[in-house]
Design a protein around this ligand. Structure first.
Ligand code: 8DG
Ligand code: MG
Ligand code: MG
Length: 159
């Protein structure tokens, strides 16, 4: 009920792509907080005064050590976590990881918060659905993206 449920908050999740036109982006298994064991995009809470782009860049740097470019708004979803009584509006962004030498080196995300994530890996939208898509294993906002925005998901699959 409204006595124990907290008001909706804003979460920002980022599809961080390779810069070379590859359809792979970064995903990781959550640890130590709600949705533990599920696969999620790097991201976090929108802080007071931040733009979506600033939040995306800050969270990606904090969680993976990567600097991102071409940060763009993708879509938004609405996720009610009935079990934990949390409610998030998720802003999904896309971005491209910047390589330190301007293109030729391999980009590898660093696991900066090992208490919050099991590890980062590259995946594609179709692989994500096949490998992790079985209802329990995607973080609710990602499941909701698939359910609520199928048109947008098509553009990710063919990227
Ligand atoms: P912060 O305190 O550093 O801001 O957050 P965090 O420690 O990075 O926590 P988080 O759980 O990664 O992100 C905060 C919340 O943002 C999360 O509990 C739910 C919400 N959120 C979404 N969508 C997504 C998403 O795609 N990825 C991540 N990581 N969080 C998301 O609503
Ligand atoms: Mg986070
Ligand atoms: Mg964070």
């Amino acid at each position: 009920d409204s006595n124990t449920a907290t008001p909706p908050r804003v979460g920002v999740g980022v599809f961080v792509y390779h810069g070379d036109g590859s359809p792979e982006f970064i995903i990781g298994q959550r640890k130590g907080s709600h949705g533990a064991g599920t696969f999620a995009l790097p991201g976090g809470h929108l802080e007071h005064g931040e733009s979506f782009e600033e939040c995306a860049a800050r969270e990606i740097l904090e969680e993976t050590g990567l600097v991102i470019d071409k940060v763009k708004f993708l879509t938004a979803t609405n996720s009610v976590f009935h079990d934990t009584r949390k409610h998030y509006v998720t802003i999904f962004m896309t971005a491209v990881a910047r390589s330190s030498d301007g293109g030729s080196s391999t980009i590898e995300p660093e696991l900066i918060e090992p208490d919050k994530c099991e590890g980062w890996t590259w995946t594609t939208f179709n692989d994500m659905n096949q490998k992790y898509g079985g209802q329990q294993s995607l973080f609710l906002p990602l499941l909701d993206l698939v359910k609520q925005r199928p048109d947008i998901c098509q553009t990710l699959g063919s990227r």
